[in-house]
Design a protein around this ligand. Sequence first.
Ligand code: TYD
Ligand code: MG
Length: 456
Amino acid sequence: MAKPKSTFVCQNCGNVTSRWQGKCEACGEWNTIVEENAAGGIGGGPQRGSLRKGKPVALMPLSGELEEAPRIRTRIAEFDRATGGGIVRGSAILIGGDPGIGKSTLLMQAAAGLSRAGHKVVYVSGEEAVAQVRLRAQRLQAAETDVQLMAETNVEDILATLAQERRPDLVIIDSIQTLWSDMADSAPGTVTQVRSGVQSLVRYAKSSGAAVILVGHVTKDGQIAGPRVVEHMVDAVLYFEGEGGHHFRILRTVKNRFGPTDEIGVFEMSDIGLREVANPSELFLGERNSKAPGAAVFAGMEGTRPVLVEIQALVAPTSLGTPRRAVVGWDGARLAMVLAVLEAHCGVRLGSHDVYLNVAGGYRISEPAADLAVAAALVSSLSGVALPPDCVYFGEISLSGAVRPVAHAAQRMKEAEKLGFAQSVLPQLSDGQRMRDGVAHEIESLPHLAAAVAGS
Ligand code: TYD
Ligand code: MG
């Protein structure tokens, strides 16, 4: 008998090589390459006897209006916001996140919400026994709902069970790394198994019209396949994030075929599950000490929603040959850029200082509009002069030191005023944009900011 052909697959990115290597050439991760059996892998499976002819349909129906994608709402407003207004029927959604971040908790709460609204929900748990899921549901006050439970890991068995029942509105699979299929003969959790399991479930979603939510653990050590390897197969990808030690969690959309991708849902983990946070700014600014030097409030945007958050900087003389730069919640390369611009255009000397930057509350900022707030915090810490407590900052800094306009200035100012801020330092506004009651200090370039902070 011919030896079964095996391939070597990176469990982090799914790259296939013909021989084992210590480091994956595609993603650069170490020790993530595992031997997998190629036979019956993706695209494999039993041979079909006869061909089935399909029939193409018109892109636009001739009569009648196009209907909106039918959505089902979970009654968790933050969850519905992140999915773009509810879960689309027949779609497959991947929810990734670190183990223990609260994915199962979130989905049990969503399942309970849908079930209360009269939808049929099946929760397939491959990680916990039915008794454990029940215990959790009790704690989440979801026990009295009609959510159907299944503790099953074999994909064919799951699909056969689902086929017997009245069609569910939503099927939750927790998690994809426990799935295994008869079609693929590598171990559960490998790229081949995860992909073929997800492929069957996506096909089930499309053909039955039931929505499928797939849970995937983000893996650091690459021992099991991460959610990355199936992102391209699903309709929407959401990541559930949070900083260890902090209570709040952010559901971030990174791909959505049926909605915007820049929305976030904000939650707080409590002892009875996840609580929605409708106004994140109040939460992030909750424990603010506005008199300390080195703290600046950034008026940011997450999708359509303004979020105010405090940026803290500590600039201190270094005792090392090479000064330290440490960043939490922002991009290290962007910090280096802001430091370089401060040195080159504002005469701020930081070569013999350690610089630490922290975004309060474990929040993570990806907008370049935070540049100006970061610069203000740095200058304030270096000079030891606190910034005005009622002022917010936003604006992108270019390498020439110019402060460039950013989108949604009016919305940022409005949110700041709502929370009691009376001033803002920002790029030049277009006509008709003013703070309603407060003062908007429009600055053209970074030296203006440095001068303003030093003189205040
Ligand atoms: P879980 O949903 O099991 O995480 P995941 O499915 O992403 O691995 O959540 C686990 C953590 O959440 C655990 O550390 C305990 C905490 N937790 C609470 O704080 N309150 C609760 O009501 C629940 C159910 C969990
Ligand atoms: Mg879980």
